[in-house]
Design a protein around this ligand. Structure first.
Ligand SMILES: Cc1ncc(COP(=O)(O)O)c(C=O)c1O
Length: 481
């Protein structure tokens, strides 16, 4: 079994924070209206089939698109083919795929050995039967081998569902109600965690359609702020206690707000002190940072781990929760759970399709060392981006956790709600993300919201160098300060 992690050197978090502070307090450095118009003209000329597809979608899909990760200025690109490092749109344009569907495909898109297993499974028994299939056990066993803290594993339909399940198990097990998340973190869209999303401190700002009672026992603490976490745990202790602290181990939004290297160990200690469960949301980091996940990298045993994305190898039904025998017993009822059963389920959960895809993807990732290779691609990209940033004297900030590469150009996620200029800054800085995303795509590179990049094993040096040339074409146009 290949061990090894994608992070070759942990980012210098204080230095990054200082650069981010500079980015958010300096003038926005973006493309001019003329340059944006030239990019729009490129789309007009080169993507008419996408434009027509987008018009058809607009009529029947709210907002015209089901996923908004790639942003959609001037219209969403209609993708007809995905292979390895590349996507092709309906007009035949080829793009380097740094969206990677939001992160599940560390092997690269449409990886043949996994697809062959899925096709064989479909031929044998179709995608789902509702009965036990060996792939469920194989996947759970494999995850346990990679992450010993996951003694038992329950497959679900998505990361969102897995977070809901983890919270329910934590409450059933501890008998406490409060949950604490870190401000800015996204843990899916269930009622209780649509709180403090993306920009720390924003609380219920995005909670349209959610009654306040749903998140009455949810609180957020500022990223990296252990004293605030201690204070919150303490306050909760006087009010029945905290069931769980949930963290993204490299920091909120996949490390957009990077966590210091010793943060998780300190959170583990605080959880133990206050008898709260520690939940690692490894939806992004699980297997991407290495087969042992962030918990292996940091050497921390969480009580519960939430999975998504990679756990189904890029196929549907990507979610699951795992942890210690005792806590996981709440899903089964029975003696160890003392009769406290946390109800979860799902007609299509843990389907043979998801479990077969997940199992074989993990086997292949382990066999090929995909997480480490993808991490090396991330290192090469980040190094090249930093050179470009320096060359063009831009305030942009780049760093990476292996194959999770951040490129903050507008700093919108790092605005401070308490700053009187917050709402004036929010619009232009948010717009800039869309503009950069559009420019990068026109130059041949699809990113996640113009600011995050997932690399995969398919990203050879040549792919990365081509991508850097594309970024260079955009950066070179940014007018001087
Ligand atoms: C850290 C984290 N947790 C949870 C989720 C939700 O997972 P899903 O989209 O599968 O519901 C995501 C999705 O991006 C995520 O990044």
């Amino acid at each position: 079994m290949a061990h090894g992690y994608a992070i070759s050197e942990y980012p210098d978090v204080p230095a990054i924070e200082a650069r981010i502070k500079h980015l958010t307090t300096t003038k926005v450095r973006t493309l001019t209206a003329d340059q944006l118009a030239a990019y729009h003209a490129w789309y007009e000329r080169h993507t008419p089939a996408s434009r027509e597809a987008a018009a058809r979608a607009e009529a029947v899909i709210p907002g015209g698109v089901q996923h908004n990760l790639a942003l959609n200025d001037p219209w969403p690109l209609s993708i007809v083919r995905a292979q390895g490092a590349y996507l092709w749109d309906a007009d035949g344009n080829r793009y380097i795929d740094f969206l990677q569907a939001g992160g599940p495909t560390v092997l690269g898109s449409n990886y043949e050995p996994v697809r062959d297993k899925v096709v064989a499974l479909l031929a044998d028994c179709g995608p789902v039967t509702g009965m036990l299939h060996d792939s469920e056990t194989e996947l759970a066993r494999l995850i346990h081998d990679f992450m010993p803290a996951v003694q038992k594993f329950r497959m679900l339909g998505s990361g969102t569902e897995a977070v809901m399940a983890a919270i329910r198990a934590a409450r059933a097990y501890t008998g406490k109600a409060h949950i604490i998340k870190v401000g800015g973190a996204y843990h899916g869209w269930s009622d209780q965690v649509v709180f403090g999303l993306r920009i720390p401190g924003t609380g219920s700002l995005e909670a349209a359609g959610i009654p306040a009672g749903a998140y009455a026992t949810t609180s957020e603490t500022p990223p990296g702020d252990l004293e605030a976490l201690r204070a919150r745990l303490s306050a909760n202790a006087a009010d029945g206690g905290t069931a769980a602290v949930i963290v993204e181990p490299v920091g909120p939004e996949s490390g957009s707000h990077p966590a210091a290297a010793d943060f998780n160990a300190a959170v583990r200690e605080l959880c133990d002190k206050f008898a709260a469960l520690l939940v690692f949301d490894e939806v992004v980091t699980g297997f991407r940072l290495g087969m042992g996940g962030a918990q292996g990298y940091f050497g921390i045993a969480p009580d519960l781990t939430v999975f998504g994305k990679c756990v189904a190898g890029g196929y549907p039904g990507a979610g699951g929760v795992g942890g210690s025998e005792e806590v996981m017993a709440t899903f089964a009822g029975g003696l160890t759970a003392a009769g406290k059963r946390a109800l979860i389920g799902g007609t299509l959960s843990a389907s043979p399709l998801s479990c077969t895809a997940g199992y074989h993807a993990l086997v292949e990732m382990d066999r090929t060392g995909a997480p480490v290779k993808a991490g090396q691609a991330g290192d090469r990209l980040r190094t090249g981006l930093q050179e470009l940033i320096d060359k063009h004297d831009l305030p942009y900030v780049t760093y990476n956790f292996g194959s999770i590469v951040h490129l903050h150009t507008s700093g919108v996620l790092h605005l401070n709600l308490a700053d009187p200029g917050f709402f004036d800054q929010l619009g232009p800085r948010k717009d800039m993300l869309g503009h950069m995303s559009m420019a990068f795509a026109a130059e041949g590179v699809i990113t996640l919201a113009g600011s995050r990049i997932y690399t995969s094993m398919a990203d050879t040096d040549e792919v990365i160098d081509d991508a850097l040339a594309a970024f260079a074409r955009v950066f070179a146009q940014i007018p001087p300060a």
